[in-house]
Design a protein around this ligand. Sequence first.
Ligand code: DHE
Length: 539
Amino acid sequence: SSTLMPKAAKRMVILAIVWLVFLLFVSLKSAHAAPEAGGAASAALSSAKASYQLHCAACHGTDRLGGIGPALLPENLSRLRKGEALKVVRDGRPATQMAGFGQALAADQLAALVDWIYTPVVPAPVWREADIRASRIQHAEPAKLPARPVFEADPLNLFLVVEAGDHHVSVLDGDRLEVIHRFPSRHALHGGPKFADGGRYVFFASRDGWVTKYDLWNLKVVAEVRAGINTRNLAASPDGRHIAIANYLPHTLVLLDGDLNLLKVLEVSDRGGKHSSRVSAVYDATPRHSFIAALKDVPEVWEISYDPAADEIPAGLIHDHAQREGAFIPGYLNPRRTQLSDPLDDFFFTQDYSELMGASREGKGQVVNLDARKKIADLPLAGMPHLGSGITWDWRGRRVMASTNLQAAEVTVIDLQSREVVRRIPTRGPGFFLRSHENSRYAFVDSMMSPEYKHVLQVIDKETLKVVHELTEQPGRTLAHVEFTRDGSYALASLWEDDGALLVFDAQTLAEVKRIPMRKPVGKYNVWNKITREEGTSH
Ligand code: DHE
C-alpha cells in the first residue's frame, strides 16, 4: 500500500494541474471574449440608434412614442412577432406610408434596429397631463355641423366595421347591407367603439392611446387626443359627456369630457400608494352613472362616478394625495375601491349592474358586489374565460349567461341566479367572441384560438344548448366575430384576412346571402344593439 499511495497522490496532483490549466484557459478566453461581445453589442446598439434617428424618427417620434406612425415600444409591439417586424422594416407595408429600408440598411443593421425597438425604454416613458392636453386636435366644430344625418340610411341600423388591414373604418347601412362611407382610423384600434348621444357620436381607442370622437351623422372626425402610450380600451357615458380610458402605459385611468378635454388623470395604485397598476379594462355602468375599472396588478376594482351630484365618500376609500385632507371627499370622478384577493382581468356585469362576474388571468372566477364592495361568491370557471364577451338570454325560466374561453374548447353557460354552470358546450376550439340577438334562437361562436379550426363558425341553439350548424371557410383562414342587424334578421361575420370580407348570413336559414369585400375586418358594431344594450352583444 505504501507504493500505491504516492501513485494516487501523483494522479491527484496531475488532475489538479490539468484542472487549473483548464480554468486559466477558460477565464483567459472569456476575459478576452467579453469585451469583444460587449463591443459587438454596443456597436449594434449605436448602429440601431443611428439608423432609427435617420430613417424612423420622423414618423415614429425621436422617443419611439409614435407620430404619424405607431409607437415602437415593446409594450405596443407585443402582438407583432419580431420576424414580422423585420419584414416590415425591410420591405415596408404596401398601401401605407411605411417604406422599406432593405436597400438603405444591411442585414445586420436591420436586425439591430428591430432588436432595439423591442427593448424597453429606460426610464419608462411618461405621458403627463400636459402631454395629453398638447396632443388634442380639433378637426371640426360640432356646433357648426347639422344635427341630422347626411345620408338616407337608418342611423340606428348602421354598423361600424373596423378594418385592421389598412386601418380604416367602414360605415355600413344595415338595411341595404352596403358600405356608405369609409375613413382612415388611427393605427390599431382595439376594443369596441362606444356610441353616445343616441348614436350620433362614437368614440374609438387605439392601442397607441389615441382617442377619436366621430360624428356619425355628419361622417366626420370631430376631435382627437392621445390619452396614453399603451391603451386597453375606453368607456363613454351614454350622453357622451364623460369618457374614461384604461391604460397599460403609463399606469393611469384618464377622464375626459365629451369634447376630449382632459378632466382628470387618476394615477392607479393600491390604497397605500405603494404598488402601481396597469388598468385591464374600463366599462360604463349606465344605471350607476359610473365607470368600473379592473386593475391588472393590484387586487382592486374601481368605481368612478361621473354623476356631479355623487355622494361624498370616505377619504380612506380613495388614494389621491391632493384631496386627503378631510374625512370625506366628493364621489364625482374619484375612485371607490373594492378590495379583492385576486386581481380581475375582465368581467361581465349582471343585469342590474350591482354585481360583476370576473376572472383573473389564471381563470379564477369571482362575483363582486359593487354596493357591498366585496367578493360575494366564487365562480366555477376554468381556463381563461372571456367574460367580457358574455351574452345572456332566458333559458327554461332562468336567466343564463354564456361566454367563450380563450384556453378551453367550450362555451360555458352559467345560471345568473344560482351561479352554477348549467352546461359546458364543447366547441371546435377555444374561441374569442359569442354573439346573438333577442330575436334569434341562435348564438354564433368562433374557434379563433385554434389554428386547426379558426375557419369554423359554430351555431348554438340557445334552447337545446347544442351546436346545430357549422359555417366554414377555407382552412387556415379566420372566420370570427358576429354582430346582428338591428332586428336580428341577419348575422354579419368577419372573414378576418387582408383580402377578407364581411359575410352576411340569414339568421334563420343560416344561408350566406352576401359577401362584402374588406381589408381584414375585425369587429363590427351595430348602433341600435349597442345603445340599447341588446342582450346578445357586448356593451
Ligand atoms: Fe381584444 C375587445 C382584451 C386580444 C379583438 N379585448 C376587448 C376588450 C378587452 C380586450 C378588455 C373589451 C374592450 C371594450 O369593448 O371596450 N384583447 C384583450 C386582451 O387582453 C387580449 C387577449 C390580448 C391583447 O393583446 O390585448 C386581446 N383582441 C385581441 C386580439 O388579438 C383581437 C382578436 C384582434 C385585435 O384587433 O387585437 C382582439 N378585442 C377585439 C375586438 C374587441 C375586443 C374585436 C371588441 C369586441 C366587441 O365586439 O365588443
